[in-house]
Ligand binder design. Structure first.
Ligand code: 8YV
Length: 330
Protein backbone atom coordinates (compact mmCIF):
# COMPACT_ATOMS: atom_id res chain seq x y z
CA UNK A 1 0.00 0.00 0.00
CA UNK A 2 1.16 3.60 -0.63
CA UNK A 3 2.27 5.53 2.46
CA UNK A 4 0.63 8.79 3.47
CA UNK A 5 0.92 11.23 6.35
CA UNK A 6 -2.10 13.06 7.76
CA UNK A 7 -1.02 16.35 9.33
CA UNK A 8 -4.15 17.07 11.41
CA UNK A 9 -6.85 15.15 13.29
CA UNK A 10 -9.60 13.86 10.96
CA UNK A 11 -12.98 12.19 11.59
CA UNK A 12 -12.79 8.42 12.27
CA UNK A 13 -14.88 7.65 9.17
CA UNK A 14 -12.37 9.50 7.00
CA UNK A 15 -9.45 7.73 8.67
CA UNK A 16 -11.16 4.39 8.03
CA UNK A 17 -11.62 5.29 4.36
CA UNK A 18 -7.92 6.08 4.02
CA UNK A 19 -6.93 2.88 5.87
CA UNK A 20 -8.49 0.73 3.10
CA UNK A 21 -6.00 2.10 0.57
CA UNK A 22 -2.93 3.41 2.38
CA UNK A 23 -0.49 2.86 5.19
CA UNK A 24 -0.82 6.03 7.23
CA UNK A 25 0.26 7.99 10.28
CA UNK A 26 -1.68 10.88 11.83
CA UNK A 27 -0.66 14.00 13.75
CA UNK A 28 -3.53 13.81 16.23
CA UNK A 29 -2.88 17.07 18.14
CA UNK A 30 -5.12 20.12 17.59
CA UNK A 31 -2.19 22.55 17.41
CA UNK A 32 -0.38 22.65 14.03
CA UNK A 33 2.39 20.09 13.61
CA UNK A 34 5.88 21.55 14.17
CA UNK A 35 7.83 21.86 10.87
CA UNK A 36 10.71 19.59 11.96
CA UNK A 37 8.32 16.79 12.92
CA UNK A 38 6.41 17.19 9.63
CA UNK A 39 9.64 17.03 7.61
CA UNK A 40 10.65 13.89 9.44
CA UNK A 41 7.26 12.28 8.76
CA UNK A 42 7.10 13.08 5.03
CA UNK A 43 10.60 11.82 4.15
CA UNK A 44 9.24 8.47 2.95
CA UNK A 45 5.58 9.13 2.06
CA UNK A 46 3.75 9.16 -1.27
CA UNK A 47 1.01 11.54 -0.14
CA UNK A 48 0.35 14.29 2.42
CA UNK A 49 -3.06 15.35 3.80
CA UNK A 50 -2.71 18.81 5.34
CA UNK A 51 -4.92 21.66 6.65
CA UNK A 52 -3.10 24.25 4.58
CA UNK A 53 0.09 22.91 3.08
CA UNK A 54 3.06 25.25 3.24
CA UNK A 55 4.75 23.51 0.34
CA UNK A 56 8.08 25.05 -0.62
CA UNK A 57 10.94 23.89 -2.82
CA UNK A 58 12.96 23.00 0.29
CA UNK A 59 10.05 21.00 1.70
CA UNK A 60 9.68 19.05 -1.55
CA UNK A 61 13.40 18.24 -1.59
CA UNK A 62 12.95 16.56 1.80
CA UNK A 63 9.95 14.53 0.54
CA UNK A 64 11.40 12.84 -2.56
CA UNK A 65 8.63 10.25 -2.90
CA UNK A 66 5.74 12.73 -2.62
CA UNK A 67 3.16 12.41 -5.43
CA UNK A 68 0.34 14.54 -4.04
CA UNK A 69 -0.37 17.20 -1.42
CA UNK A 70 -4.06 17.21 -0.57
CA UNK A 71 -5.21 20.43 1.11
CA UNK A 72 -8.12 20.28 3.56
CA UNK A 73 -8.89 23.81 2.42
CA UNK A 74 -10.07 25.60 -0.70
CA UNK A 75 -7.27 28.16 -0.54
CA UNK A 76 -3.89 26.91 -1.74
CA UNK A 77 -1.85 30.09 -1.55
CA UNK A 78 0.74 28.24 0.56
CA UNK A 79 1.59 25.99 -2.39
CA UNK A 80 4.80 26.88 -4.30
CA UNK A 81 3.15 25.95 -7.58
CA UNK A 82 6.36 26.37 -9.62
CA UNK A 83 8.29 24.00 -7.36
CA UNK A 84 5.42 21.50 -7.33
CA UNK A 85 5.14 21.58 -11.12
CA UNK A 86 8.91 21.10 -11.54
CA UNK A 87 8.82 18.03 -9.31
CA UNK A 88 5.55 16.68 -10.72
CA UNK A 89 3.80 16.89 -7.32
CA UNK A 90 0.02 17.23 -7.66
CA UNK A 91 -1.79 19.71 -5.40
CA UNK A 92 -5.50 19.37 -4.63
CA UNK A 93 -7.99 21.43 -2.62
CA UNK A 94 -11.61 21.29 -1.41
CA UNK A 95 -13.84 23.61 -3.46
CA UNK A 96 -17.66 23.62 -3.29
CA UNK A 97 -18.13 21.79 0.03
CA UNK A 98 -17.40 24.88 2.14
CA UNK A 99 -18.99 27.60 -0.01
CA UNK A 100 -22.27 27.81 1.91
CA UNK A 101 -20.63 27.74 5.36
CA UNK A 102 -18.26 30.58 4.47
CA UNK A 103 -21.10 32.58 2.91
CA UNK A 104 -23.16 32.09 6.08
CA UNK A 105 -20.29 33.38 8.21
CA UNK A 106 -19.80 36.37 5.93
CA UNK A 107 -23.40 37.31 6.63
CA UNK A 108 -22.86 36.69 10.31
CA UNK A 109 -20.09 39.30 10.17
CA UNK A 110 -22.29 41.72 8.18
CA UNK A 111 -25.10 41.45 10.74
CA UNK A 112 -22.82 41.48 13.80
CA UNK A 113 -20.71 44.44 12.65
CA UNK A 114 -23.74 46.47 11.52
CA UNK A 115 -25.90 45.81 14.61
CA UNK A 116 -23.01 45.43 17.09
CA UNK A 117 -24.42 42.07 18.23
CA UNK A 118 -21.23 40.82 19.93
CA UNK A 119 -20.72 44.16 21.67
CA UNK A 120 -24.27 44.32 23.03
CA UNK A 121 -24.09 40.68 24.04
CA UNK A 122 -21.13 41.57 26.29
CA UNK A 123 -22.97 44.68 27.61
CA UNK A 124 -25.93 42.60 28.78
CA UNK A 125 -23.72 39.89 30.32
CA UNK A 126 -21.68 42.60 32.08
CA UNK A 127 -24.87 44.08 33.60
CA UNK A 128 -24.71 47.20 31.41
CA UNK A 129 -28.22 47.07 29.99
CA UNK A 130 -28.71 50.88 30.38
CA UNK A 131 -25.49 51.70 28.58
CA UNK A 132 -26.73 49.46 25.76
CA UNK A 133 -29.82 51.57 25.31
CA UNK A 134 -27.77 54.77 25.28
CA UNK A 135 -25.62 53.33 22.49
CA UNK A 136 -28.06 51.21 20.50
CA UNK A 137 -29.87 54.10 18.79
CA UNK A 138 -26.62 55.47 17.43
CA UNK A 139 -24.83 52.33 16.34
CA UNK A 140 -27.29 50.21 14.45
CA UNK A 141 -27.03 50.21 10.66
CA UNK A 142 -29.62 48.62 8.38
CA UNK A 143 -28.63 45.62 6.31
CA UNK A 144 -31.91 45.13 4.41
CA UNK A 145 -32.08 47.30 1.27
CA UNK A 146 -28.50 48.49 1.85
CA UNK A 147 -25.88 48.28 -0.91
CA UNK A 148 -23.23 45.58 -0.66
CA UNK A 149 -20.16 45.61 -2.91
CA UNK A 150 -18.66 42.12 -3.35
CA UNK A 151 -15.08 42.05 -4.60
CA UNK A 152 -14.53 38.61 -6.09
CA UNK A 153 -17.45 36.73 -7.64
CA UNK A 154 -16.28 33.15 -7.47
CA UNK A 155 -18.09 30.19 -5.93
CA UNK A 156 -18.34 31.73 -2.46
CA UNK A 157 -18.96 35.26 -3.74
CA UNK A 158 -21.99 33.97 -5.61
CA UNK A 159 -23.42 32.36 -2.47
CA UNK A 160 -22.98 35.65 -0.62
CA UNK A 161 -24.69 37.53 -3.47
CA UNK A 162 -27.64 35.14 -3.30
CA UNK A 163 -28.05 35.72 0.44
CA UNK A 164 -27.76 39.48 -0.02
CA UNK A 165 -30.20 39.79 -2.92
CA UNK A 166 -32.80 37.17 -2.04
CA UNK A 167 -32.47 37.04 1.73
CA UNK A 168 -31.92 40.69 2.64
CA UNK A 169 -33.18 42.48 -0.50
CA UNK A 170 -29.83 44.28 -0.75
CA UNK A 171 -28.57 46.09 -3.83
CA UNK A 172 -25.63 43.97 -4.94
CA UNK A 173 -22.65 45.44 -6.79
CA UNK A 174 -19.80 43.15 -7.73
CA UNK A 175 -16.33 43.27 -9.23
CA UNK A 176 -14.64 40.22 -10.67
CA UNK A 177 -12.10 39.19 -13.30
CA UNK A 178 -15.04 37.94 -15.42
CA UNK A 179 -18.53 39.42 -15.66
CA UNK A 180 -21.33 37.04 -14.62
CA UNK A 181 -24.41 38.03 -16.72
CA UNK A 182 -26.25 34.88 -15.66
CA UNK A 183 -25.90 35.94 -12.00
CA UNK A 184 -26.81 39.52 -12.85
CA UNK A 185 -30.08 38.25 -14.24
CA UNK A 186 -30.64 35.77 -11.38
CA UNK A 187 -29.93 38.13 -8.49
CA UNK A 188 -30.34 41.58 -10.06
CA UNK A 189 -26.73 42.33 -9.21
CA UNK A 190 -24.72 44.88 -11.17
CA UNK A 191 -21.07 44.71 -12.30
CA UNK A 192 -19.04 47.70 -11.14
CA UNK A 193 -15.45 48.80 -11.55
CA UNK A 194 -13.67 48.82 -8.20
CA UNK A 195 -13.66 52.55 -7.44
CA UNK A 196 -17.39 53.20 -8.01
CA UNK A 197 -18.16 50.03 -6.04
CA UNK A 198 -16.13 51.34 -3.10
CA UNK A 199 -17.76 54.77 -3.34
CA UNK A 200 -21.33 53.42 -3.41
CA UNK A 201 -21.32 50.47 -0.99
CA UNK A 202 -22.60 50.46 2.58
CA UNK A 203 -20.87 47.09 3.01
CA UNK A 204 -17.64 46.21 1.18
CA UNK A 205 -16.96 42.49 1.20
CA UNK A 206 -13.74 41.06 -0.21
CA UNK A 207 -13.82 37.40 -1.27
CA UNK A 208 -10.59 36.96 -3.24
CA UNK A 209 -8.08 34.09 -3.39
CA UNK A 210 -4.59 35.14 -2.25
CA UNK A 211 -2.28 35.43 -5.27
CA UNK A 212 0.48 37.85 -6.28
CA UNK A 213 -2.20 39.90 -8.08
CA UNK A 214 -4.46 40.16 -5.01
CA UNK A 215 -1.85 40.85 -2.30
CA UNK A 216 -2.86 44.10 -0.51
CA UNK A 217 -5.61 44.53 -3.09
CA UNK A 218 -7.40 46.77 -0.59
CA UNK A 219 -5.16 49.52 0.80
CA UNK A 220 -5.11 53.19 1.80
CA UNK A 221 -6.44 54.43 -1.56
CA UNK A 222 -9.36 52.00 -1.49
CA UNK A 223 -10.33 52.80 2.10
CA UNK A 224 -10.26 56.53 1.29
CA UNK A 225 -12.85 55.92 -1.46
CA UNK A 226 -15.27 54.09 0.85
CA UNK A 227 -18.27 55.81 2.45
CA UNK A 228 -17.79 57.02 6.04
CA UNK A 229 -20.60 54.64 7.09
CA UNK A 230 -19.09 51.71 5.17
CA UNK A 231 -18.44 48.44 6.97
CA UNK A 232 -15.59 46.29 5.60
CA UNK A 233 -15.85 42.48 5.76
CA UNK A 234 -13.13 39.94 4.97
CA UNK A 235 -13.58 36.15 5.06
CA UNK A 236 -11.01 35.32 2.39
CA UNK A 237 -7.35 35.86 3.24
CA UNK A 238 -5.94 38.53 5.54
CA UNK A 239 -3.13 39.35 3.12
CA UNK A 240 -5.52 40.63 0.44
CA UNK A 241 -5.86 43.68 2.74
CA UNK A 242 -3.13 46.11 3.84
CA UNK A 243 -3.95 45.69 7.52
CA UNK A 244 -2.03 48.84 8.51
CA UNK A 245 -4.23 50.81 6.10
CA UNK A 246 -7.37 49.19 7.55
CA UNK A 247 -6.33 50.10 11.09
CA UNK A 248 -5.62 53.70 9.99
CA UNK A 249 -8.96 53.96 8.19
CA UNK A 250 -10.80 52.77 11.30
CA UNK A 251 -8.78 54.97 13.69
CA UNK A 252 -9.41 58.04 11.49
CA UNK A 253 -13.12 57.28 11.04
CA UNK A 254 -12.79 56.89 7.25
CA UNK A 255 -15.05 53.83 7.57
CA UNK A 256 -17.58 52.85 10.23
CA UNK A 257 -16.43 49.37 11.17
CA UNK A 258 -15.21 45.96 10.10
CA UNK A 259 -15.96 42.26 10.37
CA UNK A 260 -12.84 40.08 10.07
CA UNK A 261 -12.43 36.32 10.02
CA UNK A 262 -8.86 36.52 8.69
CA UNK A 263 -5.73 38.57 9.41
CA UNK A 264 -2.38 39.22 7.74
CA UNK A 265 -0.67 37.21 10.46
CA UNK A 266 -2.55 34.37 12.15
CA UNK A 267 -3.04 33.76 15.02
CA UNK A 268 -3.61 37.53 15.29
CA UNK A 269 -1.34 39.16 17.91
CA UNK A 270 -3.10 40.13 21.14
CA UNK A 271 -1.70 43.69 20.83
CA UNK A 272 -3.12 44.15 17.32
CA UNK A 273 -5.10 47.47 17.45
CA UNK A 274 -8.02 45.80 15.66
CA UNK A 275 -8.69 43.76 18.79
CA UNK A 276 -9.11 46.96 20.81
CA UNK A 277 -11.81 48.49 18.59
CA UNK A 278 -15.48 48.10 19.65
CA UNK A 279 -16.59 48.63 16.01
CA UNK A 280 -14.55 45.66 14.74
CA UNK A 281 -15.79 42.08 14.99
CA UNK A 282 -12.89 39.59 15.04
CA UNK A 283 -13.06 35.84 14.50
CA UNK A 284 -10.32 33.15 14.37
CA UNK A 285 -10.58 32.03 10.71
CA UNK A 286 -13.68 29.91 11.27
CA UNK A 287 -15.34 30.48 7.89
CA UNK A 288 -15.56 26.80 7.05
CA UNK A 289 -15.81 25.62 10.66
CA UNK A 290 -19.09 23.76 10.89
CA UNK A 291 -19.23 20.08 11.81
CA UNK A 292 -20.68 18.96 8.48
CA UNK A 293 -18.50 21.24 6.36
CA UNK A 294 -15.26 20.19 8.04
CA UNK A 295 -16.27 16.52 7.68
CA UNK A 296 -17.06 17.03 3.98
CA UNK A 297 -13.75 18.88 3.48
CA UNK A 298 -11.77 16.10 5.17
CA UNK A 299 -13.56 13.41 3.16
CA UNK A 300 -13.07 15.25 -0.13
CA UNK A 301 -9.39 15.81 0.66
CA UNK A 302 -9.02 12.11 1.57
CA UNK A 303 -10.61 11.06 -1.73
CA UNK A 304 -8.20 13.37 -3.57
CA UNK A 305 -5.27 11.93 -1.58
CA UNK A 306 -6.18 8.29 -2.24
CA UNK A 307 -6.72 8.97 -5.94
CA UNK A 308 -3.34 10.68 -6.14
CA UNK A 309 -1.37 7.86 -4.50
CA UNK A 310 -3.18 5.01 -6.28
CA UNK A 311 -2.64 6.25 -9.83
CA UNK A 312 -6.15 7.66 -10.27
CA UNK A 313 -7.07 11.20 -11.33
CA UNK A 314 -7.96 13.30 -8.24
CA UNK A 315 -11.16 15.31 -8.67
CA UNK A 316 -9.92 18.65 -7.38
CA UNK A 317 -6.44 19.26 -8.77
CA UNK A 318 -5.73 22.99 -8.50
CA UNK A 319 -6.00 24.64 -11.96
CA UNK A 320 -2.33 25.63 -12.12
CA UNK A 321 -1.25 21.95 -11.78
CA UNK A 322 -3.85 20.35 -14.06
CA UNK A 323 -1.13 19.75 -16.67
CA UNK A 324 0.44 17.19 -14.31
CA UNK A 325 -2.63 15.00 -14.41
CA UNK A 326 -3.15 12.73 -17.39
CA UNK A 327 -6.91 12.30 -17.72
CA UNK A 328 -8.06 8.67 -18.23
CA UNK A 329 -8.88 9.47 -21.86
CA UNK A 330 -5.36 10.73 -22.45
C1 8YV B 1 -9.24 26.95 6.56
C2 8YV B 1 -9.80 28.15 4.57
O1 8YV B 1 -8.05 27.32 6.01
O2 8YV B 1 -10.56 26.52 3.09
C3 8YV B 1 -9.79 27.50 3.25
O3 8YV B 1 -9.04 27.98 2.38
O4 8YV B 1 -9.28 29.23 4.71
C4 8YV B 1 -10.40 27.51 5.75
O5 8YV B 1 -11.29 26.55 5.36
C5 8YV B 1 -9.23 25.49 6.56
O6 8YV B 1 -10.33 25.16 7.29
C6 8YV B 1 -7.94 24.94 7.21
O7 8YV B 1 -8.07 23.54 7.29
Amino acid sequence: KPKVFIAKPIPKEVEEYISHYCEYKIWDQQEPIPKDILLNEVAEVDGLLTPKGVITKDFLEKAPKLKIVSNIAVGYDAFDLTAMKERGVIGTHTPYVLDEAVADLAFGLILDSSRRISEFNHFVKDGKWKQSLDRAEWFGQDVHHATVGIIGMGRIGEKIARRAALGFEMNVLYNSTRKKPELEEKYGMVYSEINPLLERSDFVLVMLPLKDSTYHFIGEEQFRLMKSNAIFVNCSRGQVVDEKALIKALQEGQIRGAGLDVFEVEPVAIDNPLLKMDNVVTLPHIGSATEKTRFDMAMKAAENLVAGVTGQVPENVVPELQSLVKSPSA
